[in-house]
Design a protein around this ligand. Structure first.
Ligand SMILES: Cc1cc2nc3c(=O)[nH]c(=O)nc-3n(C[C@H](O)[C@H](O)[C@H](O)COP(=O)(O)O)c2cc1C
Length: 178
Protein backbone atom coordinates (compact mmCIF):
# COMPACT_ATOMS: atom_id res chain seq x y z
CA UNK A 1 0.00 0.00 0.00
CA UNK A 2 1.13 3.49 -0.81
CA UNK A 3 2.26 5.28 2.40
CA UNK A 4 2.71 8.90 3.39
CA UNK A 5 6.40 9.25 4.19
CA UNK A 6 7.56 12.44 5.91
CA UNK A 7 11.30 13.04 6.12
CA UNK A 8 12.50 15.68 8.56
CA UNK A 9 16.09 16.73 8.01
CA UNK A 10 17.37 18.52 11.12
CA UNK A 11 20.90 19.46 10.16
CA UNK A 12 21.57 23.15 9.55
CA UNK A 13 24.06 21.97 6.90
CA UNK A 14 22.04 21.60 3.71
CA UNK A 15 23.54 18.91 1.50
CA UNK A 16 25.55 17.67 4.48
CA UNK A 17 25.95 14.07 5.57
CA UNK A 18 22.58 13.41 7.21
CA UNK A 19 20.70 15.59 4.70
CA UNK A 20 22.24 13.58 1.84
CA UNK A 21 21.05 10.34 3.45
CA UNK A 22 17.55 11.85 3.65
CA UNK A 23 17.61 12.46 -0.11
CA UNK A 24 18.59 8.84 -0.80
CA UNK A 25 15.95 7.53 1.61
CA UNK A 26 13.39 9.76 -0.13
CA UNK A 27 14.40 8.49 -3.57
CA UNK A 28 14.05 4.86 -2.44
CA UNK A 29 10.66 5.46 -0.80
CA UNK A 30 9.40 7.28 -3.91
CA UNK A 31 10.59 4.46 -6.16
CA UNK A 32 8.44 2.05 -4.16
CA UNK A 33 5.39 4.16 -4.92
CA UNK A 34 5.04 6.02 -1.64
CA UNK A 35 3.99 9.63 -1.24
CA UNK A 36 7.17 11.31 -0.01
CA UNK A 37 7.76 14.76 1.43
CA UNK A 38 11.07 16.01 2.77
CA UNK A 39 11.30 19.00 5.09
CA UNK A 40 14.61 20.73 5.79
CA UNK A 41 14.36 22.49 9.14
CA UNK A 42 17.09 24.96 8.20
CA UNK A 43 14.64 27.20 6.38
CA UNK A 44 11.81 26.86 8.88
CA UNK A 45 10.79 29.21 11.63
CA UNK A 46 10.75 27.30 14.91
CA UNK A 47 10.33 28.95 18.28
CA UNK A 48 11.25 27.25 21.52
CA UNK A 49 8.55 25.68 23.65
CA UNK A 50 8.25 27.91 26.73
CA UNK A 51 6.44 25.30 28.81
CA UNK A 52 3.44 27.63 29.24
CA UNK A 53 0.97 24.76 28.58
CA UNK A 54 -1.46 27.06 26.79
CA UNK A 55 -1.73 24.12 24.39
CA UNK A 56 -3.78 22.33 27.06
CA UNK A 57 -6.45 24.85 26.15
CA UNK A 58 -5.91 24.24 22.46
CA UNK A 59 -3.74 27.26 21.78
CA UNK A 60 0.02 27.64 21.28
CA UNK A 61 1.20 31.27 21.45
CA UNK A 62 3.69 30.60 18.62
CA UNK A 63 2.25 30.65 15.14
CA UNK A 64 5.21 29.26 13.19
CA UNK A 65 6.32 26.31 11.07
CA UNK A 66 6.24 23.88 14.04
CA UNK A 67 2.44 23.98 13.77
CA UNK A 68 2.29 23.08 10.07
CA UNK A 69 5.01 20.43 10.42
CA UNK A 70 3.06 18.96 13.33
CA UNK A 71 -0.01 18.62 11.11
CA UNK A 72 2.10 16.73 8.58
CA UNK A 73 3.47 14.36 11.26
CA UNK A 74 -0.10 13.61 12.33
CA UNK A 75 -1.01 12.65 8.76
CA UNK A 76 2.17 10.61 8.10
CA UNK A 77 2.35 6.81 8.18
CA UNK A 78 6.14 6.97 8.31
CA UNK A 79 8.29 9.71 9.87
CA UNK A 80 12.04 9.88 9.33
CA UNK A 81 13.97 11.96 11.86
CA UNK A 82 17.48 12.87 10.71
CA UNK A 83 20.15 14.70 12.66
CA UNK A 84 23.89 15.16 13.02
CA UNK A 85 25.17 14.23 16.49
CA UNK A 86 25.81 17.49 18.32
CA UNK A 87 27.44 17.01 21.71
CA UNK A 88 26.21 13.43 22.03
CA UNK A 89 22.61 14.15 21.16
CA UNK A 90 20.40 15.50 18.37
CA UNK A 91 20.84 18.98 16.92
CA UNK A 92 18.89 21.90 18.38
CA UNK A 93 16.67 22.29 15.33
CA UNK A 94 15.22 18.80 15.65
CA UNK A 95 14.97 19.04 19.44
CA UNK A 96 13.07 22.32 19.15
CA UNK A 97 10.58 20.72 16.77
CA UNK A 98 10.14 17.71 19.06
CA UNK A 99 9.63 19.91 22.12
CA UNK A 100 6.91 21.80 20.29
CA UNK A 101 5.08 18.51 19.72
CA UNK A 102 3.91 18.74 23.32
CA UNK A 103 0.82 20.37 21.80
CA UNK A 104 -0.08 17.36 19.63
CA UNK A 105 2.04 14.27 20.35
CA UNK A 106 -0.79 12.40 22.17
CA UNK A 107 -2.56 12.39 18.79
CA UNK A 108 0.37 10.74 16.98
CA UNK A 109 -0.72 7.13 16.56
CA UNK A 110 0.48 4.10 14.59
CA UNK A 111 3.49 5.95 13.23
CA UNK A 112 6.49 4.08 11.88
CA UNK A 113 9.67 5.97 12.78
CA UNK A 114 13.07 5.76 11.14
CA UNK A 115 16.19 7.54 12.42
CA UNK A 116 19.16 8.81 10.46
CA UNK A 117 22.22 10.18 12.23
CA UNK A 118 25.84 10.97 11.45
CA UNK A 119 28.82 11.90 13.60
CA UNK A 120 32.56 12.50 13.34
CA UNK A 121 33.40 10.12 16.16
CA UNK A 122 34.29 6.56 15.20
CA UNK A 123 33.16 5.04 18.52
CA UNK A 124 29.67 3.76 17.67
CA UNK A 125 28.62 3.63 21.37
CA UNK A 126 28.61 7.41 21.25
CA UNK A 127 25.38 7.33 19.27
CA UNK A 128 23.62 6.15 22.44
CA UNK A 129 22.49 9.57 23.69
CA UNK A 130 21.00 10.49 20.31
CA UNK A 131 19.32 7.12 19.80
CA UNK A 132 17.81 7.12 23.29
CA UNK A 133 16.52 10.69 22.93
CA UNK A 134 14.81 9.89 19.62
CA UNK A 135 13.48 6.58 20.93
CA UNK A 136 12.06 8.49 23.90
CA UNK A 137 10.03 10.65 21.55
CA UNK A 138 8.78 7.64 19.57
CA UNK A 139 7.80 5.93 22.83
CA UNK A 140 5.51 8.88 23.63
CA UNK A 141 3.51 8.23 20.45
CA UNK A 142 0.74 5.66 20.80
CA UNK A 143 1.23 2.31 19.08
CA UNK A 144 4.24 3.66 17.18
CA UNK A 145 7.42 1.77 16.38
CA UNK A 146 11.02 2.42 15.41
CA UNK A 147 11.39 0.38 12.24
CA UNK A 148 14.90 1.30 11.14
CA UNK A 149 17.99 3.33 11.87
CA UNK A 150 21.01 4.42 9.92
CA UNK A 151 23.83 5.58 12.20
CA UNK A 152 27.01 6.59 10.41
CA UNK A 153 30.19 7.17 12.43
CA UNK A 154 33.40 8.73 11.14
CA UNK A 155 31.95 11.40 8.86
CA UNK A 156 32.92 14.95 9.67
CA UNK A 157 33.16 17.24 6.66
CA UNK A 158 30.28 17.79 4.26
CA UNK A 159 30.45 15.23 1.44
CA UNK A 160 32.30 12.52 3.38
CA UNK A 161 29.14 10.42 3.35
CA UNK A 162 29.50 10.03 -0.43
CA UNK A 163 32.59 7.89 0.07
CA UNK A 164 30.62 5.37 2.14
CA UNK A 165 28.02 2.73 1.30
CA UNK A 166 25.39 4.42 3.48
CA UNK A 167 23.65 6.44 0.75
CA UNK A 168 22.88 3.10 -0.91
CA UNK A 169 21.69 1.68 2.40
CA UNK A 170 19.43 4.70 2.92
CA UNK A 171 17.95 4.18 -0.55
CA UNK A 172 17.32 0.51 0.22
CA UNK A 173 15.72 1.31 3.56
CA UNK A 174 13.45 3.84 1.89
CA UNK A 175 12.53 1.45 -0.90
CA UNK A 176 11.63 -1.17 1.71
CA UNK A 177 8.61 0.90 2.74
CA UNK A 178 5.57 -0.58 1.04
C1 LIG B 1 27.91 22.00 17.14
C2 LIG B 1 28.51 20.68 16.72
C3 LIG B 1 28.59 19.66 17.64
C4 LIG B 1 29.11 18.42 17.26
N1 LIG B 1 29.18 17.42 18.20
C5 LIG B 1 29.67 16.22 17.84
C6 LIG B 1 29.72 15.15 18.79
O1 LIG B 1 29.31 15.26 19.93
N2 LIG B 1 30.24 13.96 18.36
C7 LIG B 1 30.69 13.78 17.08
O2 LIG B 1 31.15 12.70 16.77
N3 LIG B 1 30.62 14.76 16.15
C8 LIG B 1 30.11 15.97 16.51
N4 LIG B 1 30.02 16.97 15.58
C9 LIG B 1 30.35 16.65 14.16
C10 LIG B 1 29.10 16.27 13.35
O3 LIG B 1 28.28 15.35 14.04
C11 LIG B 1 29.50 15.66 12.01
O4 LIG B 1 30.27 16.58 11.27
C12 LIG B 1 28.29 15.21 11.22
O5 LIG B 1 28.66 14.38 10.13
C13 LIG B 1 27.53 16.41 10.66
O6 LIG B 1 26.39 15.98 9.96
P1 LIG B 1 25.70 16.92 8.87
O7 LIG B 1 26.66 17.06 7.73
O8 LIG B 1 24.47 16.19 8.51
O9 LIG B 1 25.41 18.24 9.53
C14 LIG B 1 29.55 18.21 15.92
C15 LIG B 1 29.46 19.26 15.00
C16 LIG B 1 28.96 20.48 15.39
C17 LIG B 1 28.87 21.60 14.36
Amino acid sequence: MNKKVLIISGSPRKGGNSDTLCDHFAAGAAQSGNQVEKIWLGDKQLHFCTGCYSCRNGHCPHNDDAVTIGEKILRADVTVLATPVYFYTMCAQLKTLIDRSVMYYPEIKNNHFYFIMTMADTVTENFTGTIEALKGFAACCENSTVDGMICVPGVYEKGEIDATSFPERAFEMGSGIK
